[in-house]
Design a protein around this ligand. Sequence first.
Ligand code: ISE
Length: 338
Amino acid sequence: MTGRDLRVGVVGAGIMGADHVRRISARTAGATVASVIEPDGDRAARVAAGAPGAQPRARVEDALERDDLDALIIASPGPFHEEAVLRALEAQVEILCEKPLTPTSDGSRRLVDAEVAGDRPRIQVGFMRRFDREYVALRQLVESRQAGELLLLHCAHRNPSTPPGYTESMLITDSVVHELDIVPWLAGSPVVSVEVLRTRRNRFAPQGVSEPQLVLLELANGVLAEIEISVNLGFGYQVTTEAVFEQGVAQMGRTAGLTVWSAGYAAVAEHPGYVSRFVEAYDLEVQAWVDAARQGRIGGPSAWDGYLAALASEAGVEAQRSGRRVAVRAEEKPSFYA
Ligand code: ISE
C-alpha cells in the first residue's frame, strides 16, 4: 500500500471493539476507522460517533462493499469469527482477529487452509500479551539463559467476576487460552499435554461452575507450567507469572498501580480489568499490526498460532471434563508461515 492511512473496519462494538475504535482514533498512527460493524444499530452508531467519518454498518459484507476497507479488526464474540475472517480473506484485506481465533480447532484449521490457499499471511491473532513489556523481558531472559535453563512456570490469571451466561469450559476457552499461547511462546516449546484439577469451590462462582481450577501444561522441552484460573475474586484483575530457572527466579505482573500503607491498613490498587491492565500491550499490538499491514505483512501471532491455541484449548476442555491428562498433537507447521 502507498502513503494513505489504512482504512479499518471494526467488527463488534462490545468492550474490545469500542476500545479498538478509541485506540485507532486517538493513539494509532497510519490508520483510520472507516466502519463500525455491529448488528445492534444503536450501539454501532454510538461507537462510530467516537471516530470521525466512521460509518455504522450491520454486516461485514456491507462495509466491505461500501467503505473501501483495507483491513478488519474482528472483535465480535468468538463463535462469529470464522465467518467474518473468511469474508475478509475473500476480500483480500488485512485482518486482526481477537482471541480465540475460533472456539474449535476445526474452525481454526479451516481458516489456516483458506489463508494458505492465498498469496500470503493476512491474519494476525490478538494475543496481546506478546506485546506486554514484562512478558517480552521474561522471554528475553529465557532466551539469554542468563539464569540458566527455564525449569518451571507458576502462572495466575484472576478476574473480578463472570458475565451472565458464563459456563465452566469458558475458564479454558475464554481465559486460559491466553496462557495456551503465551507459555509456549515464553518457553520456546509447544504444549504436549493438558491436565485440569478442581480445588475447593468459590461460593461466589455462578451455578454449575466450579472454580478456581489448576491447569497443568507439559511442554515438549519438559518444562511444566501450572496455571491458577480464578474468575470471581472480586478485588480486580491480576495476571502474574513466576519463572523458575536453574539459577534464579523471575516474577512479573506482581503489583500494578498504587500501593498504600497507612496506620493499621495496607492496600494495593489493582486494575479493574484487562483493558487497563494491558492498555500498553494493546496499543503496541495494534500499531505493530497497522505498520505491518501497510507493508503487506502481519506483525504478530499468526493464524497458525491461533490454531495451536485452539487445539490446546480443546484438549483443556476435554481434560476438565474427563479428569485425565489429554495429549495435544499438532501437525507440522506449513512453510507458508515460516
Ligand atoms: C477476557 O475475554 C480476555 O481476553 C482477558 O484478556 C482475559 O484475561 C479474561 O479472562 C477474559 O475473560
